[in-house]
Every structure is written in structure tokens, then in C-alpha cells.
Design a protein around this ligand. Sequence first.
Ligand SMILES: Nc1ncnc2c1ncn2[C@@H]1O[C@H](COP(=O)(O)OP(=O)(O)O)[C@@H](O)[C@H]1O
Ligand SMILES: [Mg+2]
Length: 370
Amino acid sequence: MIRFEHVSLHYGNQTILNDLNFEIKEGQFAVLIGPSGCGKTTTLKMINRLIQPDSGHIYLNGEDVAKTDRYQLRRRIGYVIQQVGLFPNMTVAQNICVVPRLLGTPKEGYDDLVRRMLAMVDLPYESYAHKYPSELSGGQQQRIGILRALAASPPVVLMDEPFSALDPMTRRSLQLEIKQLQQKLNKTIVFVTHDMDEALDLADLIVFLDRGNIVQAAAPEEMLEHPATQQVRDFLGSHISGPSPADLTAADVMRTGVVVVNQNRGIHECVSRMQHHNVDTLLVVDEARRYQGTVSITDIRLTGHVVKTIGPLVRNNTPTVGVDDNAKDCFDLLASSGFPYLVVLAPDKTVAGIITKTSMAAAMAEHLWG
Ligand SMILES: Nc1ncnc2c1ncn2[C@@H]1O[C@H](COP(=O)(O)OP(=O)(O)O)[C@@H](O)[C@H]1O
Ligand SMILES: [Mg+2]
């Protein structure tokens, strides 16, 4: 329906849009999103030829808009902007009929058109048709702005941050209304916003721009599942859910910074390290920091006087798991083994961390409540 092919624009030596390529299908609700100044408005205005690209083409139903008469485009493309821009000296009815009048639609149909239009947004004709914009609330004015864009029945409607000046309640209700209208009337809508909530609610296709480049063009679900960059992820923010509980691994539920001791160290050093860290066992590693086992204060008390290094006191019975092992399996092992902790090993057999009941509970709480 709308296709951008290698569209670029420069102002002086500044690149405003850099080789945009994307397609919006008929009946789709496409949302252009991105940080302020990324080129959303510029992109939108190219569709109805308010701005022309330096290079590339924009096709509307296969027809190059650069070769389409502006008057023809107006008939086919409605346009709604943030500052509604209703004509203050015209009534609601007259405002709605601006485009039909420009297009030379016979006057006899206007009354009926205005009735149908107002009915779509639940504004009774009798109370509203003859009011002036100044007599309407911001939300009502924006509704009339939308109706004005729809009045000539264009298949495509461009909307540039149409709701951003409205309070959240009004905004919400207009979002629902525009989505319903779009589905009922089967319009193709290109909608600019910098609000990801709005984009996710409304869009079939989200085109994410940054500094004139398309960072990602995807359906909302796809974007949520596979955000292309950290910037997209930041925009999605709280909408991105963490891994599901079934996907958690040992690494997600372990605690790190575990105290280890080399197997060649003496009894004395081992004891002082235990005292310093206030623990009654230490993990023992070799020169390459690979896990060898554990040593406990109990064993040191019993037989520490007959050995020089801790090597002979190392026990190998504490259960070990790998960093990628399933967290639920670790939980079951911890519960059934009777040991106070599990040792988590990296693939090279070095110590990655330990899983205790506390570290497990903390990870679960984090997952449940954030
Ligand atoms: N007439 C202009 N002359 C020079 N630069 C402009 C002009 N209009 C817009 N720009 C620049 O083009 C970039 C894109 O602007 P715009 O499309 O309005 O961004 P957005 O709508 O995403 O906030 C911005 O960096 C802006 O400063
Ligand atoms: Mg803008």
C-alpha cells in the first residue's frame, strides 16, 4: 500500500533520513516511533508530499507519489496533527466538511456526512454540529480533527502525535476510538508517536527510527520478543518480560563472590579465612581455580593437627551443578540432598557460585515481584 524505497534526505550536510526501506500493507496500523528529532515527522510528511526526498521513491498503491498530483493525494490521504488546527471561525460541521468542499463534493450531502461522522465518535449532532472549536474540550477538538481527516473517506490517514497534548484519560479513550474506527473503516494508518505504550496498543507494524535510520521494523510481538538493539529494549522498558520460570538456570539463582581457598594452603590460613568471612566451610580449588571439593571447620578441628595442608581434608560430597542447569532441577536437588548449598561450576570446572535456600528464594522473589 505504502512503500519506501531507498528514501534519503539531507539538509545541508546533515543527514535527516538515511536510505529508508519499508512497506505498510493495506489496512495496517503502522506506528513510527523513536527519540525526538529522529525523523518521524519528516518521514510522515513525505507520504503526502509535504516534503520531498533527495533520493528514493515512495509508492502509494504502486504509484510514485512524486508523480502524483498533490490534489489527488489530498483526496486519498487524510492528515491529523497534534495541534488540531481546526478553523476557529468555522463550526464543527464546517470544519468537518473542509476537504469535501475543497474536492467539490456537492453540498447536499454535507449534513448527512456530518451526522454520520459525529455519530462515530459519540458526539450528538444536535449538541455539537454548530458549536465553534473554542466551545469544545481538547479531546473533543481532537475528535473533530480526526473526523475532518476522515470526511473525504481517504484510504490512508497520517497522524502526527495526534494525542500527545491530551490528558491520559482522554488520550486512552481516543486511542481506543481510532483503533476501532480504523478496523471498522479498514483504513491504512501511519501514526507517529514517541510513546511506546501507545505504539504497542495500536500498531500492527512498528517502525523504530533513530537519527534517520530504521533500527527495527516489526510487529509489536516480534519487537517485544526480539528487540533489535539496547535502545529499542530501553523504549520497550517494562513491557519486556523476563525469562519464564521454566527457563531460569542455575546462574540465575546462584550467588557469586564465594570464598575459595587453594588446596595447597595451610590449615592456619584456612581457619583465619573462615573466621574472616564468618563461614564454616570453604570451597577448595586447584591452581587453575578448578573446583576440588569443600573443607569444613569440623574436619579441621578433628584432624587438622596431623596435616600440613588442607588437601587431605577435602571432601567431595557436596552436590555440584552446571551454570546452565535448569533452576527447578537445582531447587529439587537442594531440597532433597540435605546439603546447605549446591556448588555451581562453569564449563571449565571453575567455581561460578553457590545456590543456597536464600539465594534461591531471592531469585524467585525477584522474578515474581521485580
Ligand atoms: N527545515 C529543517 N531544516 C533543517 N533541519 C530540519 C528541518 N526540519 C527538521 N529538521 C531536522 O530533521 C530531523 C528530523 O526532524 P523531525 O522529522 O521533525 O523529527 P521527529 O518528528 O522524529 O521529532 C531533526 O534533527 C530536525 O532538527
Ligand atoms: Mg515530530
